[in-house]
Design a protein around this ligand. Structure first.
Ligand code: MOS
Length: 736
């Protein structure tokens, strides 16, 4: 029986629930000093004076650092993409580009002393009015940024012509607010310099390797002298997929005070010192025949970004790939530079926002044509990626639609709005489909087989909370014929073989594929020893005849067998090491278009007097290729749906246009889904093996499950109430 595919529990579960897992802020360091930031109250201008005299005399203070005395970082610019980090570094000049920008960093013996001393600093500013993102002027203010991950605009066929001559047209604007990651674990960095000039950064990050590269570049320390460690993450959600200035500033502060420094952002500071998802204004136009078949799609998106980084939220990507449109598809993206810190990816970036527009518009098309929403999507399904004209590697969207609809009981839905009730409540049912980008990234891993018969997996990848420790153990266990309890996994340390960041829901298909290759290499070495070692139990046998199972090798068609432990010991080996180097061709250059897919179904209950929307039940059907562990996969799906409920109904970061500040900077002002918001969630996987996606057959899963939850809920709200809300979140005021 293979271990991959089994719903085994997390191997790190006990460690986590007993407090044995060390999260970054918990790591004990001797003689550690604490940093506290003082931040700008204005969003645009410069500091004229910073009076630090009282702070310097305050108890426990070791250093008060401002742009005047902070050591300079390497001004050589780097790409916003690789290594990934906000390019503007505070405390290097007197400029203020965003509210909440650090203007001073106090280092003291205790956190309280540092925070207190910070309150004694007096800052005088020269203030200019902030540029803020304004929905009314977004179109005039928008500019074309330099291209980032994908082309900014696309055009296949002639969408405008197709839409202009279509029998049915839908043209709508959709808006989504700024949102913050609001993961539980705060951003925190512990910086330690050894006597030989080696820098260790314990950093809560989704990318130890990227952080190492950026720190090396910006701090001018050779890469081999920088080590970044993050073994456990208490949530990242994309907010830790980029290095933020505090990490680099912690390293510099530690150098100044000649002690380790712990620098943890407060929750309020995370709103301006780490990233956020920018708002989007999207316009979408669909043209279709009367039978609902799409003839044209146009999708344009604008998002705000900082004045120094051109972050593009590729919201219109969804429309490039999801549906066929016979006449053409065109998309575009622009940005508006405003006074804020740099945005960054957040929980299914691009897709989650783009699908709200596309799949809401598809629901409007369903009503305009009288075609059932599931049937409409079946009619517009395609085996070929409309954007690249390549066939999809695998696309089980039809199964997701039909199996999900059956599980949900979609056939019992009455199509007319306001036609279903439960007592005084309005009941609504809505659905949406989704496509999610699959990434193929290189990664390395090492697997060591010990003379004790246990194995160790090592990679500078991460378990962001999705179960990577467990699935990697499963994959190694299968290759080595071990049970997963015999496999230890070490991740999150740049001293381990280089792997890719925990972003894009890519770890199961890529970093884990490297583990498989490494484990197979180790197994092959062991077989080699069994055949050619000085004490070779299978001397002269063919490697193909050696069966690896239950912690031992058995020679086929004989009774000969030996445990790993015995084999290694008898041959005088304490261990065997195998390396895995997974180096796939990039997806864009492959022969197939690789994406994962879903169809999701939501039922809402709306209080007609108060406009309060509750999710009643939910069914999600997912095609993410082969499911390595149904239990951790289900947990990911539940998490993703919960994010989606937040996007649909709760989350928004509000900016005060006068000051340019995010104003609701805590969990009481920024609402996220809690247990009471979430009913029983039903998820099903259309299991399959996608050989183009990964040698493990897996496609990206985690973030896929967030996508299209919001339009499914919005479509259900329309069905319940007859009100189409095109501006997230769907709050009571918008329904009253
Ligand atoms: Mo995810 S937002 O790609 O970390």
């Amino acid at each position: 029986m293979t271990i991959v595919g089994q719903p085994i529990s997390r191997i790190d579960g006990r460690l986590k629930v007993t407090g044995g897992a060390r999260y970054t802020a918990d790591i004990p360091l001797r003689a550690v000093a604490h940093g506290a930031f003082v931040y700008s109250t204005i969003a645009n201008g410069r500091t004229v004076s910073i009076d630090t005299a009282d702070a310097e005399r305050a108890p426990g203070v070791l250093a008060v650092l401002t742009h005047k005395n902070m050591p300079r970082m390497n001004p050589q610019p780097w790409s916003h993409l690789r290594p990934q980090g906000q390019t503007y570094l505070p405390l290097q000049d007197e400029q203020i580009h965003y509210a909440g920008q650090p203007v001073a960093l106090v280092v003291a013996a205790t956190l309280d002393q540092a925070t207190h001393a910070g309150t004694l600093i007096k800052v005088a500013y020269e203030t200019n009015p902030p540029a803020v993102f304004d929905l009314r002027t977004a179109k005039q203010d928008a500019v074309e940024p330099p291209q980032r991950m994908w082309p900014l605009s696309s055009s296949v066929g002639n969408a405008d012509k197709a839409i202009a001559s279509a029998a049915v047209k839908i043209e709508r604007a959709f808006t989504m607010p700024d949102r913050h990651h609001n993961q539980m674990e705060l951003h925190v960095t512990l910086a330690v310099w050894d006597d030989d000039g080696t820098l260790t950064l314990y950093d809560s990050t989704q990318m130890v390797v990227g952080t190492k590269k950026l720190a090396s570049l910006v701090l001018s320390v050779p890469e081999e002298k920088v080590n970044v460690v993050c073994e456990f993450l208490g949530g990242g959600f994309g907010g830790k997929s980029c290095s933020w200035p505090h990490t680099l500033l912690a390293a510099l502060a530690s150098k100044v005070v000649k002690r380790p420094v712990r620098l943890q952002l407060t929750r309020a500071q995370m709103y301006s010192m780490a990233g956020h998802q920018p708002a989007t204004v999207q316009t979408i136009a669909l043209g279709a025949n009367r039978d609902g078949k799409l003839t044209g799609i146009r999708h344009d998106s604008i998002n705000p970004t900082s004045v120094f980084d051109p972050y593009v939220e590729y919201a219109a990507m969804a429309s490039r790939h999801l549906w066929r449109a016979t006449g053409g598809i065109s998309t575009s993206h622009k940005v508006v530079h405003v006074n804020r810190n740099s945005p960054i990816m957040l929980r299914a970036p691009m897709e989650a926002q783009g699908h709200f527009a596309l799949e809401s518009a598809m629901d409007e098309l369903a009503y305009a044509t009288g075609v059932d929403p599931v049937e409409l999507r079946l009619r517009n399904d395609t085996d070929t990626d409309p954007y690249s004209s390549r066939p999809f590697s695998t696309r089980a969207l039809r199964e997701c639609l039909t199996k999900g609809a059956a599980r949900f009981g979609w056939d019992k839905r009455k199509p007319e709005p306001r036609s279903m009730r439960d007592g005084r409540y309005l009941i609504g049912q809505g659905m949406a489909a989704a496509i999610y980008t699959h990434w193929r990234w290189p990664g390395k891993a090492r697997v060591t087989l010990n003379a004790s018969g246990s194995a160790l997996v090592e990679a500078a990848a991460h378990d962001i909370g999705t179960g990577t420790y467990t699935t990697m153990a499963q994959v190694a266990a299968d290759a080595l014929g071990l049970t997963p309890d015999k496999v230890d996994v070490r991740l999150g340390n740049t001293r381990l073989p280089e792997s890719h960041p925990a972003i894009g829901s890519a770890t199961a298909a890529n970093a884990t594929a490297a583990v498989m290759l490494a484990a197979q290499a180790t197994r092959d070495k062991a077989i080699e020893v069994a055949i050619t070692g000085h004490d070779a139990p299978f001397a002269g046998a063919a490697a193909n005849d050696v069966v690896v199972a239950d912690g031992r090798f058995t020679l086929a068609k004989t009774n000969l067998n030996i445990t790993f432990a015995e084999l290694l010991t008898r041959n005088g080996l304490s261990s065997l090491v195998g390396d895995g180097d997974y180096n796939p061709i990039e997806e864009v250059n492959g022969p197939k278009a690789i994406f994962s897919f879903s169809a999701v179904f939501a039922e809402v209950r709306v209080d007609p007097d108060f406009g309060l929307v509750r999710l009643n039940r939910f069914v999600g059907a997912y095609d993410a290729g082969r499911i390595l562990n149904p239990k951790t996969a289900r947990s990911q799906a539940i998490g993703g749906v919960i994010w989606g409920v937040g996007q649909a109904l709760l989350e928004q970061s509000e900016i005060d246009p006068a000051s340019g500040q995010f104003v609701n900077r805590n969990y009481s002002g920024y609402l996220v889904s809690t247990n009471a918001d979430i009913p029983e969630l039903d998820v099903l996987f259309v299991d399959g093996f996608d050989e183009e996606a990964s040698p493990l057959g897996a496609k990206g899963l985690g973030e896929l499950t967030e996508v299209s939850v919001a339009p499914a809920i919005a479509n259900a709200v329309y069905h319940a109430t007859g009100k189409r809300v095109r501006d997230l979140p769907i709050t009571m005021e918008k329904l009253l």
